[in-house]
Design a protein around this ligand. Structure first.
Ligand SMILES: *[C@@H]1O[C@H](CO)[C@@H](O)[C@H](O)[C@H]1NC(C)=O
Ligand SMILES: *[C@@H]1O[C@H](CO)[C@@H](O)[C@H](O)[C@H]1NC(C)=O
Length: 590
């Protein structure tokens, strides 16, 4: 749920003014004195030799409290991002809140036993999802190994996210979850060889690097039971690179960032116009890394961003929400008039309840995330949601936007994640209104899939809104489209709709969500299938659909993972023991 190649008014990312360094040598970052942890204690069960121990359950050996002293990574002779010149040191690091977690309402429904027929059907569906994954994985391995993406039509390979093997790292935890343990071991062996040193000229997108690579390593480490220290080492390596982008006068990060500039010791400044999602969604990943390493630099870095969001939440043009474009150099989050839960903002909101859950609800810090969530959602409910006029008067909601004070009745595939977010928040904070809204948004996405010509929702569309969130009368033209306009007809293998349907199933226990998922899966897997894998669609409104040669890493890391998990035993990656980052990487809640 990101901004990825999205057509919206594109805001200028102002070029960074780099100043020559005048920092004295003493400002170099002194590595902390702490033990290097072992890197060779990994062990995987080989399913062909040992009896399977069954799917991942809630119990695991991950630490319950942050280690002290902090773990120090073993970079194995690779570039050490901790040694680059530093300009703005931090006097005191914010600390993770410690203490007893307060009793938390359970997120998941308490499931009973399924009938044998239903169970058999679910297992068949799950295997169908895994077949699609396995086919894509084999082609990636044969044709694009260690590249960022497989090109699914030409059968070639493509580097799109830093050339570090985005699909490889993004898929690790899915391999584990789908019980492809041997493939997992091979993939981990390859992924730990990736060199995140500053080889790249030009800028990288720090946000994408954090959610895909840092998230990928952390998810793989957590789901496999925190056994393989090599994965944690890699997570630290990526995070130390990303952390260098926070070395600015006000400690706000540079989102489009030049690793070379940082290594050369030139001064870095945050941009004056930056997308809020890029500026402020590292919280879940950095917090999990501080929990696992005891190194508070990461948690400190995101806490400073959260404090800025908190201070300015009531000062924006739509108090409670933050606009899509913000100035992180001042920082000033108040000048832009575009608001919404969708593209370019999404994960900022998504991470508010997830941070509360990851922190186990402990202390004033967790309370801060709760407060910010409540405020943001009450504004979003009043100003951005609408009920579309539809022929069957379905009781659904679409999350639109607000532009200079006016509601914008546009829907996006990306914003479908909001159904799951509201339902999760509703459970965590015991607010049935939010669960109800989460249901209506999720079902709005399902309705849109079902009523689009090929059973797949377009990327961006408009619908006629009812005056209020209640039903309204409407007589459609016979055979007319449910959309008044399709602004962008692509389907790029995105996960957000199935993500919310997955949350609804786990939270309510209603099997109708599995049936919705199965219909969506069949439409998607049929229309996107290529000789080698699955490809993005150029226009879902055309029949037959036209595919193009792209398969982003989130197809394997998110979309197929959520499809697989909705047909799995509900204890597998339970929403009570794991928090998903915005790239569907599950992190253990300590
Ligand atoms: C379910 O599947 C098993 C084999 O996997 C089969 O023996 C059994 O008859 C099936 N039960 C039903 C009710 O379909
Ligand atoms: C639930 O959420 C709604 C909308 O955000 C809010 O108005 C209401 O006060 C909340 N209820 C509780 C019990 O927190």
């Amino acid at each position: 749920m990101f901004l990825r190649r999205y057509r919206w008014p594109i805001f200028l990312i102002v070029a960074l003014a780099f100043l020559a360094t005048i920092a004295p040598l003493s400002a170099r970052f002194a590595p902390s004195r702490s033990p290097t942890f072992p890197i060779n204690d990994h062990q995987y069960s080989d399913p062909s030799k040992t009896p399977s121990t069954g799917p991942i359950r809630g119990s695991h050996a991950c630490p319950t409290t942050p280690p002290t002293p902090a773990l120090n990574p073993d970079t194995q002779g690779r570039f050490d991002w901790r040694t680059i010149p530093r300009h703005y040191s931090v006097e005191q690091y914010s600390q993770l809140p410690l203490g007893q977690p307060s009793p938390r309402p359970s997120v998941q429904h308490t499931f009973g036993t399924e009938s044998m027929e239903a169970r058999n059907e679910t297992v068949l569906r799950k295997e169908a999802v895994r077949d699609v994954f396995q086919r894509c994985w084999k082609s990636y391995k044969d044709r694009a190994w260690t590249k960022d993406e497989l090109a699914p039509i030409s059968g070639g390979a493509r580097d799109t996210f830093g050339s570090w093997g985005a699909t490889l790292v993004d898929s690790l935890d899915t391999l584990w979850i789908m019980e492809m343990k041997q493939e997992f071991a091979v993939a981990v062996d390859a992924a730990v060889q990736i060199d995140f040193g500053p080889k790249i000229d030009g800028e990288i997108n720090v946000f994408e690097t954090i959610i895909r690579y840092l998230g990928g390593f952390l998810g793989a480490y957590d789901v496999s039971g925190c056994h393989d220290a090599r994965l944690l080492n890699k997570a630290i390596e990526v995070a130390d690179m990303a952390y260098a982008s926070f070395d600015t006068p006000n400690r706000m990060p540079v989102s489009r960032w030049s690793p070379k500039t940082a290594v050369n010791g030139e001064e870095q400044l945050p941009a004056e116009s930056v997308l809020i999602a890029e500026a402020a969604s590292a919280s879940v990943e950095f917090t999990r890394l501080s929990q696992l390493t005891g190194d508070m630099r990461y948690f400190d870095a995101i806490s400073r961003v959260t404090d800025v969001l908190d201070k300015q939440q009531g000062l924006t043009k739509l108090p409670g929400m933050w606009p899509i474009s913000v100035n992180m150099r001042k920082p000033d989050l108040t000048f832009d008039g575009f608001f919404g839960l969708g593209a370019m903002a999404d994960s900022v909101y998504e991470y508010l309840p997830k941070m509360h859950q990851l922190l186990n609800g402990i202390g004033p810090v967790a309370a801060q995330y709760h407060k910010m969530y409540e405020y943001a959602m009450s504004t979003a409910i009043t100003h951005t949601l609408f009920r579309p006029m539809v022929h069957d008067k379905a009781d659904i909601l679409i999350a639109g936007g607000s532009v200079n004070g006016e509601r914008n009745a546009k829907g996006q595939h990306l914003v479908c994640f909001a159904g799951g977010m509201f339902a999760l928040g509703g459970r965590l904070f015991e607010n049935s209104t939010h669960i109800d809204i989460g249901r209506k948004i999720s079902e709005g996405c399902a309705w849109t899939y079902k009523n689009a010509p090929n059973g797949i929702m377009p990327e961006v569309f408009s619908m006629t809104p009812c005056p209020t969130l209640s039903a309204c009368d409407y007589t459609p033209q016979p055979g007319s489209s449910p959309f008044t306009d399709v602004g962008d007809g692509r389907y790029v293998l995105r996960p957000e709709a199935i993500e919310s349907i997955f949350y609804m199933y786990r939270i309510t226990g209603e099997s109708k969500y599995q049936d919705i998922a199965w219909e969506m899966f069949q439409a998607i897997s049929t229309h996107t299938r290529t000789e080698f894998a699955n490809a993005a669609i150029g226009d879902v409104m055309k029949t037959p659909v036209e595919k193009y040669d792209s398969m982003e890493s989130f197809w394997l890391s998110e979309t197929l993972k959520y499809f697989y998990l909705i047909f799995s035993d509900p204890d597998e990656i339970s929403l009570d023991t794991f928090v998903f980052n915005t790239e569907a990487h599950p992190f253990s809640i300590p």
